[in-house]
Design a protein around this ligand. Sequence first.
Ligand SMILES: [Zn+2]
Length: 383
Amino acid sequence: MRDTIFAYIDNHKQDMLAFWEALVSSESGSFDKADLDKTRDFLVEHFKQAGGVVTVTPYEKAGDLIVADFNTAVKTEPIIFSGHYDTVFKHGTVAERPFTIKDDGNAYGPGCVDMKAGITMAFFITKALLAANYDKHPIRIVLAGDEEVGHQWSNATVDFGNAVKGACAAFNFETGYTDNGFVIGRKGGARAVITITGVGAHAGNEPEKGRSAILEMAHKTIEMHKCTNFEEGITYNVGVVSGGTVSNAVPEKAEMIIDIRMRTMAQLDIIKADLERVLNNNLVPDTKAELSFALSMAPMETTEGVKSLFALLEESAKELNFGDIFGKYVGGGADSSIEVIQGVPTVCAVGIAGGKNHSVDEFAVVETMFTRAKLVANTVLKL
Ligand SMILES: [Zn+2]
C-alpha cells in the first residue's frame, strides 16, 4: 500500500503544483468575505470531485468552516487533516506578487507557505490514500476560514472543536520548519485592555487639580512588564498605548492594550491575579482603571497523546530516511490547540517547510511538499 501511495504522490507532483498555484491565486484575506467565499467554493468543488462529503458552516463576517469527509463507509474514528484557508494578505496582493517558483527551489506568493501548500498536501495525501484503497480510518479535512484573526467574528473555535472531537489523531498542516522541528506545543495568547480615567485640568492654570491618566498608565505599563516570567512562559507585552487630547491639558483618559502569552490553561489563574493586582494598584491618586480580558488562543499542551503521535512520526521519518526530526515548542498560536483541548493527539506544522510568514518575503521550499506528504502518509498507515 505504501508503494502505491508514494507512486501516486510522485506521479502527481505537477498536479499538486498546479492546485497550489490556483489556490494561492484565489485570494482569501481574512477581512475579505467575498474572496473567502470564492476560495471556499474552489475547495468545496475539488473536495466533492474527489468523493468528499462536504459540510460548510457559514459565518456572516468570517470565512466559513469547511469539513470534508472521505472514506465515509469506514466506521472507525477519523484521522483529521486540518488547517486554514485565510491569509493575512489583502485583496490585490496576488497581482503585485503572483505565485512564482524561482531557481532557488523556493515558491513565493501570498499565503504560499501559510498555508496553501499545507492544504494542497492534505488534499493530495487524502487522494493518494484513496487511490491505494486505504480503509483503516475515515479521513476528515477541517479548514477554518478565519484562523489568522483568531476566529474573533465567528463561532469557529467551537465548531472546529466539534468537527475534530473523537478523532484518533490530527495533523495540522501549518507552515513546517526548515530545521525539521515539528510542533508539539504552542503558547496560548490573550488580550487585555486597561482603560484609565483620571481628572482633566488645564495644564497651565490649575495643573495641581489634574490627575494624569497617562502617568498612571506609565506606572501600570512598568508594573505589567515586571509580571513577565520567561521561565514559566508567561509574558506581558504592552503593545499599544493611547491617551490624552492636547498637550496643554492633564489627560483624563488613557488606554493600554496588552498581549499576554502562556503555556498552560492553568496559568490563566496566575495571569488573572497579575492583572487584578496591576489594575487595583493606582499610584496616581483618584484615578480609576477598568479591565477587559479575553483568551484569544488557548495553548497547545504537550499531552501524552501528542507525544505518542510524534513518536510515530519520528519512527516514520527513520523508516523513510527523512533525516532527524525533533519536537518543537513555539510561541505562536494555531488551531492545533483546539484539537488538543478536544483530547485529540495532534502534531502541528507538518506542512511544507518555509518561513517569513505574513511578510513579502514568505517562501516555501518546494521539494519538501512531496517529502513531507510521504512522511505524513506513512505515519497515517501506522494508526
Ligand atoms: Zn497559518
